[in-house]
Design a protein around this ligand. Structure first.
Ligand SMILES: O=P(O)(O)OC[C@H]1O[C@H](O)[C@H](O)[C@@H](O)[C@@H]1O
Length: 330
């Protein structure tokens, strides 16, 4: 009698999987068969990161509510970058250079880094993953610099999401390199006209809709009535996005990233984008911790660190006024 066909044995767990112990961390197939890492926290908290782009595409609170925006028309197929979540712009933000818009790492395939150099962490954080990207031969033709880009995405026990980027110059010919950078974060909001941003008032900004001319923001918190595409310069380390309708406040804390880009394409540009629904601009806002005005320069062997921490907290709403100081100073 023929022996029953043997089922293929599962691949051995990596050291990180062993360390993390499922259910904190698993690799699953996402849209178009692209692999993604699912981080699982307590009480149903979760986050997802595509290896394509090293891109966070989901962050859910303990009610299972999605906190990031991903377009219903997002294309999960190289070379298009995924429209939504947290694309990483490197080594160029926007059109500040000769490379393709926002650089190339957002449409490259990253890998899981099983043995990252130590990074000081809160021992309470169990759900995290380390990714790494090194340039290919083709990438070196576009941007002739050797680098290691390590990204840690971590989901804290209280649902906070943090992204830590470590970029190292690994050029062996003694050359420095310079770059601009952004965490192009798409937040999900109830209705853009019910949202305001605290922390950027009175800041100087470059207006991308006016040829990158420099202006100073006036008045109170920022509210949204039309297209916006501004790079706020030397912005504070904490910025709050207050969603009145949802009674939710996102607090962004940034380190190593002086600037903050605010973008909403509004109706006309929304319609012109192939991978964005016509009315979706109402339900998203990009606030992007960035280093744009002053590029970062690394000598060979040097490493830069840029961190973004996100939390979503219920906002109290008293007689039409939130207390911005309470939000920003926590
Ligand atoms: O369409 P993308 O290349 O993803 O860029 C989307 C947007 O990103 C940033 O926020 C820029 O400031 C905008 O000028 C740009 O339109």
């Amino acid at each position: 009698m023929a022996a029953p066909p043997s089922s293929p044995s599962p691949p051995p767990p990596t050291s990180q999987q062993q360390h993390q112990q499922p259910p904190f961390y698993e690799v699953v197939k996402g849209s178009s068969g692209l692999e993604k890492v699912r981080l699982r926290g307590a009480r149903g908290l979760s986050a997802e990161v595509y290896l394509y782009g090293g891109q966070v595409t989901s962050w859910k609170n303990d009610h299972g509510e999605e906190l990031l925006f991903v377009s219903s028309k997002a294309i999960f197929k190289p070379p298009k970058a995924i429209r939504g979540g947290i694309p990483i712009c490197f080594p160029q933000f926007g059109t500040h250079g000769n490379l393709e818009q926002h650089g190339f790492v957002r449409n490259r395939l990253w890998t899981i880094d099983d043995n990252p150099p130590p990074l000081p962490v809160n021992p309470a954080i169990k759900a995290f993953v380390d990714l790494i990207l090194r340039p290919s031969e083709e990438d070196l033709k576009i941007w002739p610099h050797s680098f290691e880009f390590r990204l840690r995405v971590a989901l804290g026990p209280n649902g906070d999401l943090s992204l830590t980027s470590r970029i190292r110059n690994t050029n062996t010919d003694g050359r420095s390199f310079s770059y601009t950078f952004a965490y192009h974060t798409y937040f999900s909001v109830s209705d853009i006209s019910e949202v305001r941003v605290e922390g950027l008032e009175t800041m100087d900004y470059l207006d991308n809709l006016k040829g990158k001319e420099r202006f100073t923001e006036q008045g109170d918190a920022i509210v949204f009535e039309s297209e916006i595409d501004k790079v706020y310069l030397a912005a504070p380390s904490k910025i709050a996005i207050i969603d009145h309708e949802k009674k939710r406040t996102f607090v962004l804390t940034k380190e190593g990233l002086p600037d903050a880009v605010v973008w909403n394409p509004w109706d006309k540009k929304a319609k012109a984008m192939q991978d964005f629904g016509d009315g979706e601009y109402k339900h998203m806002l990009c606030v992007e911790p960035a280093a744009v005005e002053k590029p970062i320069t690394l000598k060979p062997g040097e490493e830069w660190k840029g961190r973004l921490a996100l939390s979503a907290v219920p906002s109290s709403y008293c007689s039409g006024q939130l207390d911005p100081l309470k939000v920003l100073q926590g």
